[in-house]
Design a protein around this ligand. Structure first.
Ligand code: SF4
Ligand code: FES
Length: 367
């Protein structure tokens, strides 16, 4: 058991986009008030004391928090490497200079497709041109730029165009992540899951691009099409922790759906939560594993897969991830894949605006 390496600081669930693949919780009204600036500053200090080296400021849209520069500055003073995960909306020149001047080293911008028409349709709002402008600002001001494309049935055929776009913007890193089916994405799973032929074509495109592109190219396969699950979060509560907007501390962003006792930073120290809390200890190591994981040679490789996916598909977070071909529940995944390859695609249902009122939101900058 070791200290966490990364903190995902989810500053707000508010967001100007309406992505059909959003993984944030569905029941935002059930969550408490956002942490104040002072509470976040304290979380950063506690995280550093616990051993965290990287902080990912995320959301929702973290640029909506008017105190973001203060949090970025404090993180840098503490020696934390700061990464901003953003839609790019609200990344004005003033804001960009302020944040990068405060020590922000890395900006990850999500783009939904390769043209304004396609990207704006998937984002549910006009945003493409502002994303390009934000990417250009990151490069101009000398921070590292990652472009993140979440892939699914409705954009994966445009991968060549997305790579060309990322290259043109000078991205240092390109992340091609197939959709994970949590939150709103779960509702859209049938509509989002790509067909096998689409994936084959995408893999060919990625292979060819790797040979010629200088940017780091990360391609995350959809695990529904794999034989074995992903080693989710690098193992439960082993490297990363998430603090949600209301201060709930979680081993992964989707863990709030699990039937486990939850503790927030308003109730206990981050150190206690990491080392002692029931949620963080629930699936650490291999002692919790059922068969077939318990006696499997891969149990230290994939850690039995994803607990949230196991819960989503079977109702029991302690079962083997059904993505695994050895799981007694694998038919649940096989059936979804069969449907994606047999039936005509369903329409995507965009996420309603997940905006929430908060005294910390900077509404002007998000317009
Ligand atoms: Fe991984 Fe468990 Fe499947 Fe083995 S049985 S490959 S440990 S999920
Ligand atoms: Fe929660 Fe995989 S997303 S363990």
């Amino acid at each position: 058991m070791s200290s966490p390496f990364g903190l995902l600081a989810e500053l707000t669930y508010a967001c100007p986009l309406h992505c059909a693949y959003c993984s944030n919780p569905l029941d935002l009204a059930a969550h408490g008030d956002e942490l104040s600036t002072a509470e976040w500053l304290d979380v950063l200090e506690q995280a550093r004391a616990l051993g965290v080296l990287q902080v990912h400021f995320s959301g929702g849209e973290p640029l909506l928090r008017r105190d973001l520069p203060e949090l970025v500055r404090r993180a840098a003073e503490l020696g934390l490497y700061g990464n901003l995960i953003t839609s790019g909306l609200g990344f004005s020149r003033r804001r960009a200079e302020e944040l990068i001047g405060a020590g922000l080293g890395h900006v990850q911008i999500s783009v939904q497709s390769d043209t304004a028409e396609a990207s704006d349709r998937l984002a549910g709002t006009r945003s493409f041109e502002r994303k390009l402008a934000a990417a250009a600002l990151v490069k101009e001001l000398g921070a590292t730029l990652t472009l993140n494309f979440v892939l699914h049935r409705h954009n994966i055929d445009r991968l060549t165009g997305m790579l060309r776009l990322a290259e043109g913007l000078g991205a240092d890193r390109i992340e091609l992540a197939n959709t994970q089916y949590y939150g709103w994405a779960w509702r859209n799973r049938t509509a989002l899951l790509p067909a096998r032929e689409q994936l084959r074509a995408a893999e060919d495109t990625v292979r060819a691009a790797r040979g010629r592109m200088s940017a780091e190219l990360v391609y995350v396969l959809p695990d529904y099409y794999e034989n074995y699950p992903k080693p989710c979060m690098g193992g439960w509560a082993s490297r990363q922790l998430t603090v949600a907007p209301d201060g709930e501390a979680l081993p992964c962003p989707a863990a709030q759906t699990l039937p486990l006792p939850r503790t927030g930073v308003r109730e206990a120290s981050l150190s206690w939560i990491w080392w002692e809390s029931a949620m963080f200890r629930a699936f650490r190591g291999t002692g919790w594993m059922p068969e077939p994981c318990r006696s499997c040679a891969r149990r230290e490789v994939d850690h039995g897969g994803c607990r949230c996916q196991a819960f989503q598909l079977t109702g029991d977070p302690a079962r083997t991830d059904p993505v695994c071909v050895l799981s007694p529940d694998h038919h649940l995944v096989a059936e979804a894949v069969a449907t994606a390859n047999a039936d005509p695609p369903e329409e995507l249902v965009p996420r309603p605006n997940p905006g929430r009122r908060s005294v910390h939101l900077d509404r002007d900058d998000a317009q």
